[in-house]
Design a protein around this ligand. Sequence first.
Ligand code: MGD
Ligand code: MGD
Ligand code: SF4
Ligand code: MO
Length: 915
Amino acid sequence: MDDRPSHGEGLLSAPAGLDLALVDATGTPERSVPDAVRTTCPYCGVGCGVTASVDGTGLASVKGDASHPSNFGRLCSKGSALAETLSLDDRVLHPRIDGRTADWDEALDLVAAKFRSTIAEHGPDAVAFYVSGQLLTEDYYVANKLMKGFIGSGNIDTNSRLCMASSVAGHRRAFGADTVPGTYEDLELTDLAVLVGSNLAWCHPVLFQRLLAAKAARPDMKIVVVDPRRTATAEAADLFLPIAPNGDVALFNGLLSHLAREGKADAGFVSAHTSGLDDALAASAADIEITAAGTGLSTADIATFFQLFAATEKVVTVYSQGVNQSVSGTDKVNAMINCHLFTGRIGRPGMGPFSVTGQPNAMGGREVGGLANQLAAHMDFDEIARDRVARFWGTDRLASRPGLKAVDLFEAVGDGRVKAIWIMGTNPVVSMPAANRVRDALARCPFVVVSDVVSGADTAALAHVLLPAAAWGEKDGTVTNSERRISRQRPFLPLPGDARSDWWIMTQVAQRLGFKKAFAYEGPADIFREHAALSAFENDGTRDFDIGAFENVTNTDYEALEPFQWPAPKGGNPPTHDGRFFATGRFYTSDTRARFIPTPVQAKQDYSGLRLNTGRIRDQWHTMTRTGKTPRLASHIAEPFAELHPSDASQLGVTPAGLVQITSAHGAAVARALVTDRQQPGSVFVPMHWTTEYAPAARIDAAVSPAVDPVSGQPGLKLTDVAVTPFAVAWYGFAASRGKPVLSDLPYAAAARAKGGWRLECAGSDTPDDWTGYVTTLLGLPKDAEVVSYQDAAGRSFRFAAFHDGRLAGAFFAAPEPVAVSRNWIADRLDDASFDGHGRMSLLAGRAGAHAPDQGATVCSCFDVGVNTIIAAISSGAAVTVEAIGVCLKAGTNCGSCRPEIKRLCDGHHLQKTG
Ligand SMILES: Nc1nc2c(c(=O)[nH]1)N[C@H]1C(S)=C(S)[C@@H](COP(=O)(O)OP(=O)(O)OC[C@H]3O[C@@H](n4cnc5c(=O)[nH]c(N)nc54)[C@H](O)[C@@H]3O)O[C@H]1N2
Ligand SMILES: Nc1nc2c(c(=O)[nH]1)N[C@H]1C(S)=C(S)[C@@H](COP(=O)(O)OP(=O)(O)OC[C@H]3O[C@@H](n4cnc5c(=O)[nH]c(N)nc54)[C@H](O)[C@@H]3O)O[C@H]1N2
Ligand code: SF4
Ligand SMILES: [Mo]
């Protein structure tokens, strides 16, 4: 274990076919790639700085950047594994038209011709862009300018509609602008951190580590977690509030009433800087009993929370998708902000509402106006702003009104109103609600362009034109994190094949559409300067987003740009205090007062089945196109699951580790039952990540409701009425193989990468007559492999291992019940150099012999420490605290992402041996 990489370091074996000579197929200037490059992690909105380098043999390594103010050198498990995701085997390296390779000119000409003819025939609203918070700001700026400014339609929306739209709408209602008031430091300076609908431990791990470190230094600091599930984040809470789904408005209305009853108003602040309090108070009136009825919480827990909030001056309320992804998401945001405005706890150190962003550039997308209902640089579609932006861009074609929001946009694709769509940096066939409708809509759409980095994404499969985008490590520009900090993403790898930056691809199409002058950019610095200039244009302090200080940044200074927070107006003197907005009580509404918003509790809905909640796991990123490539990350949770409470499981006849089908009015998915009391009765949680590539039956968004919040248009991805039923199969199986198994013929199959190949969870509806033949095809095994196998008399249980060239080529275990074998141990055997007779027999037994303990599912992915190893240390008394486990096994001492899970094991919860 000692030779494992440390401190966020990971190594990449030279990617097959990576040609370190720079490619220059289309006249893009060659760029030099220095030895060690400071750049930014491409995953979550924490925006950690990393240092990346490639050695002479093509080995890349990625470490935390100790000088970056977001992470000071730390990385989480995903960031630490970045170097393992850079291989080129699954990349799209050349433009493709209808599946065949094409050159750039042909592909770009076709895209421009189809867009031009569609616009000419049906008008600009017949075309659309659907983009992503994973584009860089420069890419995003060009996309928005092209669609809203020159094509002349508002039809550009982004996956941020599924992510941040309710926060944006809530901010704008309360503050008059989409402003995140605080900074990360507030999580360290606070005395009470209230985490609402945020699994910070898994989704913003480095920020969570900062919070925990502050609490360790000041143990009086309190953490409250509000989530229907007892998550890894909840393990760190002083008070955990297992709220009923969508109980948040009731909770914060109750809190506002309590604060009013207790006389906790900051009367000076309220009277000088806000309006609308009376209406908000009237709409929120609730005592503790009413609050209990609306939240499903005990009156005792509610009272504890209210008293804590009332008594603590420094409170920060951190929120994420349990708030935003709701049909009452915008009201949830405002119900929380109301409590902060009432107490004047905003804009000061350690206080404020804090929406944490999901994607690396969710913020940047909001800055450029990537949402269909915003124009650019935090401006709306009002007459003054339209005129201003049109003059700045020099266009007479500016969109006159907002465009279609994501859910409506794909409806319009489905019913033929939108006839040409360009999707960039997002995988809506997996990530949109009612995803099968989205898939069918795209299948019917006359012209679909997809810009992606991989060829296997579900959405890419539906593209008429698939364009090879530059990936992380190759692309060049800026991103903005949750605390408004703009950092550079810099390339450290050459552009492979014909891959090109997204901004370049769009610019080429814009020029072919006739907009040469407006899209004459030669590099990202040109775009950044223009974006900065627009933010400052006729601003004079009227708009929060202002980075005018950079409108004349030189190419060299842009190259060397250090992370900075906005606002950064020309001539200095930002309207913030220590990087925080609203310290002076001046907001961006017409009268500069913040608004209290009345947030009446919506009538309770009746549910015929269980309430489906969806979200994330620690070691996968969204639709797995990058994190899915690394065995290290797959070994934490290797298959999709449905988390159910024991009482529901027994009522529904679901056995632990059996399979369940989750069915709604929109579609269905199949996943492994995970029965735990961390889930509340009546609910089921399924992660959003699995795709056709990894688990074809488990695309949960097929079942998720497309109902949206009426204000923000954000879908309520956290709540769908579903039926959960046992999914009957004839056999369950587990397999490991060197090549990727064939998934398509199985009713349930979930593949994941293993060190020497693949691992597979599967199930079948018929027991094959010839198991050996069946397995040989399933795992694509060589015909001349040496096989050992065992079959029970009835032919229902089967164990099989095939060896080729002295190494394991494939192993397969099937039984009428979920098979109990040591999964990680078997998968690791693919990497073994040779097998003696004893090794072959223990392989068939499915477990290591006594000589080689089975460490079980990986908990610490940095040091590869399994659950059984940790449990053994705890049960032997060798180490019984998180710290002691760290000393003894190193687990949890690098990125720290697994510390909540180690704590859970230490606390004696669920001391279950896993395979
Ligand atoms: N590991 C990992 N990290 C990520 C990502 C990833 O894919 N993987 N994605 C990034 C992105 S884009 C985003 S947006 C963020 C998301 O980060 P989070 O929002 O923290 O993650 P989620 O798991 O989507 O949902 C958070 C929690 O909301 C809870 N919840 C559901 N319904 C309700 C409710 O009605 N009320 C309350 N209070 N809570 C509820 C869920 O049980 C869940 O635990 O993560 C970012 N970070
Ligand atoms: N049920 C349910 N559904 C959800 C959520 C949920 O909690 N529950 N969360 C929602 C949220 S918050 C989000 S943010 C979305 C995320 O959902 P998506 O955006 O669909 O997920 P990703 O897998 O991140 O998709 C990014 C795609 O862009 C590609 N890509 C990566 N880098 C680049 C690049 O530089 N350029 C280009 N052109 N392509 C690139 C990747 O290969 C991948 O195919 O999912 C949403 N859907
Ligand atoms: S917390 Fe992890 S995923 Fe998020 S930016 Fe930092 S290293 Fe990347
Ligand atoms: Mo997100």
